[in-house]
Design a protein around this ligand. Structure first.
Ligand SMILES: Nc1ncnc2c1ncn2[C@@H]1O[C@H](COP(=O)(O)OP(=O)(O)OP(=O)(O)O)[C@@H](O)[C@H]1O
Length: 296
């Protein structure tokens, strides 16, 4: 559905994206993770053609590229980007904004009511935006992209400023949209939230994707224990070569190639470190984030 090939973006002599390639299909939620200023927004701008890359191709549905105005219109019918709170009109109501997006992309507003009901916005959706709090504005931005109902959605910081209840509400709606077959990109700093609904999480560093974490892959399991650097250095056992010591505190031993007996032995060995919690499971988004971006 979407193919990026060797995308390079430079601002003067600063290289932000370098030879980045990626394929994505419908029915996927892809998390995009990196510290501030790494290139997440730049990547979204390339996908939506708000920015022409210095090199590389963006292709939709096998052969559709931003080559002519007509093709750009055809692509933009299928793709919506998350609105910025600064683009909201203070004198218009929430439902006016939703209808604007619904009309622009779908040519109908029939589905708008169902969306604002799902997002529990009935109480205020008909009031002017100037009366909205930050969280209400953010929920409206999400309701607008949901009203556009496009097959591809690019969401930058969708959960910004939302409380726990609203994060959960929007996460549920995202899962629902995925089931409908949408391809959704979510750039986020709310790492554990991505574990809930993303199929894969991409880690961006040095202009490229340095790691792709497949969250549906349960074979990637580790025995995890928190150790101080001192405990780690002076461990009484030789750890397997492919173990990780993430961010100087989390020791992770891969168990996928171990027999049940070997796994039990490691649990017993590590249980000796009293007071340290021992868990078994895949690495979460927050753990990978520490692995790639922790500065020693
Ligand atoms: N128009 C521009 N001219 C020059 N440099 C730019 C421009 N736009 C972005 N940059 C630079 O490109 C880099 C990547 O910016 P980008 O906004 O893509 O990062 P990001 O990962 O989305 O950050 P954040 O998490 O803060 O939103 C930054 O170093 C930024 O300063």
């Amino acid at each position: 559905m979407l193919k990026l090939e060797n995308i390079t973006v430079k601002y003067k002599d600063k290289v932000v994206l370098e030879n980045l390639s990626l394929e994505a299909k419908s029915g996927e939620i892809i998390g995009l993770v990196a510290p501030n200023g790494t290139g997440k927004t730049t990547l979204f701008n390339v996908i939506s053609n708000f920015l022409k890359p210095n090199k590389g191709n963006v292709t939709f549905n096998g052969d559709l590229q931003y080559k002519t105005e007509g093709k750009e219109i055809a692509i933009h019918k299928q793709l919506a980007t998350f609105p910025d709170q600064g683009d909201l009109f203070e004198e218009l109501s929430g439902v006016d904004h939703m209808k604007l997006y619904a009309n622009m992309w779908k040519g109908t507003t029939k589905h708008v009511k169902e969306i604002y009901e799902q997002l529990q916005m009935e109480r205020y959706v008909k009031k002017k935006v100037k009366t909205y709090s930050l969280g209400m504005r953010q929920r409206l931005c999400f309701a607008m992209i949901a009203a556009a109902d496009t097959p591809i959605m690019l969401m930058d910081e969708v959960m910004n400023g939302l409380d726990v209840a609203n994060v959960s509400l929007i996460s549920k709606k995202l899962m629902h949209m995925k089931q409908e077959g949408k391809l959704i990109f979510v750039a986020s700093h709310l790492l554990s939230n991505l574990d809930l609904y993303a199929d894969r999480v991409l880690y961006l560093k040095g202009g490229d994707i340095i790691h792709q974490q497949v969250l549906t892959d349960t074979t990637d399991e580790y025995l995890k224990v928190d150790l101080t650097p001192d405990q780690y250095e002076n461990l009484a056992y030789t750890l397997p070569e492919d173990h990780l010591f993430i961010a100087n505190h989390l020791c992770c031993i891969p168990i996928k190639n171990m027999t049940e007996e070997e796994q039990k032995e490691w649990v017993i060995k590590l249980s000796a470190y009293k007071g340290k919690e021992l868990t078994i499971g895949p690495l979460g988004t927050a753990e990978y984030y520490e692995k790639y971006y922790h500065e020693f």
